[in-house]
Design a protein around this ligand. Structure first.
Ligand code: HEM
Length: 596
């Protein structure tokens, strides 16, 4: 078959189309002109999709280039719905599609391949999908939600559909589909209503709960935070790392590194956000929960509880409406009060001094002297709206704290079981000759980067995500007889994508995709099939920040400890809240290094 022939089911290019009720053309195409423009005129431009489980018949038109990447600005499909027999005939239409990298050898098609999913999850309860929900709950209870999801994809393919309570849902681990919702057709999707309803009461209207202009505004406010200067100073990181070291037994006794990492990132994040750390590490070490600074300790406890509640609410989905938790509301109010107190203090200080934010002198390891960055100060230069400040602070804490801690935990779970990888990493770190790493050092450590990439592949910290269609639209794959035709996505449909499962696809990562093998990254340059930080306009803003912070901690631990040993025989099991880490923590023994 010549390379330009895309298979028999898409043959039959014809110049124009006529529509009549008895012979609905199955495939038609327009003339492709030399300049790469395809014009399609159709008296009725529509194509036909048989009655589906959406319970109505849809007439719609859409384009399809079989290379799928060549259309620059897809013409949005304009659906018509048949309402019983009373149908308003569609108006005549003309399409013009500009092909970017036009190749006269390549045929472009307009197709009406049935846009139903190739595979539907075989629900017993077709109305609410209760059996799928029960299966999900069972897996979650056994801490095997992610594994269960992966096995479902193995069984039903990379894209399938189902119902979840009242929502028509598409499940996908096809990178083309994920790219479509996150980038190519970003405007056709929003955050899922379920997530927003679950999170707004706790996190307000910040970057994780808004779309459109509000989100763009948040992003613009937050972006300056990630300038290289603010992420390349490790004074704060080292100061808190010293506290972490104090929590590790000198005699090699067992310690849960996961717990230490969560405290560490709480301390660094609060210092970064407020210019004032909550010192959770010191508190834990000295058991000083009830002292004069108790509000800090309280904040940590209440904050943890609100996070847990948010994840619980997301899991409940549409049932969240019927859920009420007074304790969570109280915790939320305490968290608000704590952050509001810091905001008030900042404004009082500003009013008293009538100066711009106070800066402390710090030394950048790479570039020399500069000012200490305090997020709240910087943000207060942009807005004095207290509600906005609080919402942004809470969203930022959510983004930055548990994510990096979970990455470190998941990585150390593996390192503790792989003395060969630990030894190799230590060899690389020896080049520093015992001095603290700089930003440039960290960026140049290729093997360390592979280890982090591999950890994020095998156990992505944000393992799944959802978007909701805000208009009738299409995904490029999952429909038709072979699952390669476009898939119609009705307005209101939830699209769930499992990064965890996609990262295990053997066609992308090999037969050993379930193993931790940093060496696989030699020469590997995945695109949308590797997505720990999301992609498109909502790509993680803190990616470099997180990778730098995590690298710093790994290098410092490698410098301080010659050996690491797992003290827990159990395999990794998930603890899945808003992020995912290890249910049993990371129980290890660490052997001190001789000064090198
Ligand atoms: C290993 C660490 C991290 C991982 C795996 C991670 C992953 C992600 C993912 C998957 C998203 C997309 C969420 C969605 O669209 O639903 C996201 C968004 C975001 N992340 Fe991260 N993140 C990490 C660390 C951080 C850190 C440390 C910060 C800040 C200090 C941060 C700030 C953000 C922000 C602000 C967004 C929202 C972007 C937007 O919606 O426009 N992240 N992150």
């Amino acid at each position: 078959m010549p390379s330009t022939d895309y298979g028999t089911q898409y043959r039959m290019p014809t110049a124009s189309l006529t529509y009549n009720k008895t012979s609905i053309p199955s495939i038609f195409s327009g003339l492709v002109e030399d300049n790469g423009i395809i014009s399609i005129e159709a008296e009725h431009y529509t194509s036909f999709m048989p009655a589906s489980d959406l319970n109505y018949t849809t007439l719609l038109g859409y384009y399809r280039t079989l290379s799928a990447t060549t259309v620059s600005d897809p013409v949005a499909p304009i659906p018509y719905y048949l309402d019983g027999l009373n149908t308003t005939p569609p108006r005549p239409r003309a399409y013009v599609v500009q092909i970017d990298d036009f190749d006269p050898q390549r045929r472009v098609y307009i197709t009406d391949q049935p846009a139903e999913a190739r595979i539907k999850y075989p629900l017993k309860d077709h109305f609410f999908g209760i059996d799928l929900i029960l299966d999900t709950i069972r897996n979650a209870k056994n801490h095997r939600h992610l594994e269960g999801t992966w096995h479902r994809y193995e069984k039903f393919g990379n894209t399938f559909t189902s119902r979840l309570i009242n929502c028509h849902t598409v499940f996908t681990i096809d990178p083309e589909n994920i790219k479509t919702i996150l980038a190519t057709k970003f405007e056709d999707f929003k955050l899922s209503t379920i997530r927003v309803d679950a999170m707004v009461p706790i996190f307000g209207h910040g970057i994780f709960t808004t779309d459109g202009k509000a989100r763009q505004h948040s992003r613009a406010l937050l972006r300056p935070t990630f300038a290289k200067e603010s992420i390349s100073n490790f004074d704060t990181a080292e100061c808190h790392f010293q506290h972490l070291l104090l929590c590790i037994p000198k005699n090699g006794a067992t310690v849960d590194l996961q717990e230490l990492f969560f405290r560490y990132t709480m301390d660094t994040a609060t210092e970064f956000l407020f210019g004032h750390s909550v010192h959770s590490q010191t508190r834990a070490r000295e058991s000083i929960a009830a002292n004069a600074e108790a509000p800090d300790a309280e904040f940590v406890t209440h904050y943890a509880y609100t996070q847990l509640e948010a994840s619980h609410n997301v899991r409940l989905g549409p049932l969240n409406k019927f859920h009420y938790n007074a304790k969570a509301n109280l915790a939320r109010d305490k968290v608000f009060a704590y952050v509001d107190g810091l905001i008030d203090a900042l404004f009082e200080k500003r009013a008293a001094t009538l100066t711009l934010p106070q800066k402390e002198e710090m030394v950048d390891n790479d570039t020399g002297t500069k000012e200490k960055y305090i997020f709240l100060d910087a943000l207060a230069n942009e807005t004095s709206d207290r509600q906005v400040l609080r919402d942004q602070i809470l969203n930022f804490l959510l983004a930055g704290r548990d994510t990096t801690a979970s990455l470190l935990s998941n990585l150390f779970f593996e390192l503790a079981r792989r003395p060969d990888v630990w030894a190799k990493l230590r060899e690389k770190v020896k080049a520093l000759e015992g001095r603290l790493p700089t930003y440039t050092d960290l960026r140049n450590m290729k093997y360390l980067k592979w280890c982090i990439d591999e950890s994020l592949r095998l156990r992505p910290v944000v393992p799944a995500n959802t978007r909701e269609a805000i208009r009738d639209t299409f995904l490029p794959r999952g429909g038709g007889a072979d699952g390669n035709a476009p898939l119609f996505v009705k307005k209101g449909t939830q699209v769930l994508y499992s990064v965890y499962s996609m990262h295990r696809r053997r066609d992308f990562f090999g037969d050993n995709s379930e193993e931790f093998r940093p060496e696989r990254w030699e020469g590997l340059q995945p695109r949308w099939e590797y997505l720990p930080f999301n992609g498109g306009p909502r790509i993680c803003l803190g990616q470099q920040f997180a990778l730098t912070e995590a690298s710093f901690v790994v290098v410092r631990l490698l410098q301080e400890f010659a050996g690491i040993e797992a003290r827990d025989e159990e395999p990794w099991m998930e603890l899945y809240t808003l992020v995912v880490c290890s249910k049993n923590g990371v129980q290890v023994g660490l052997a001190r290094a001789e000064r090198e």
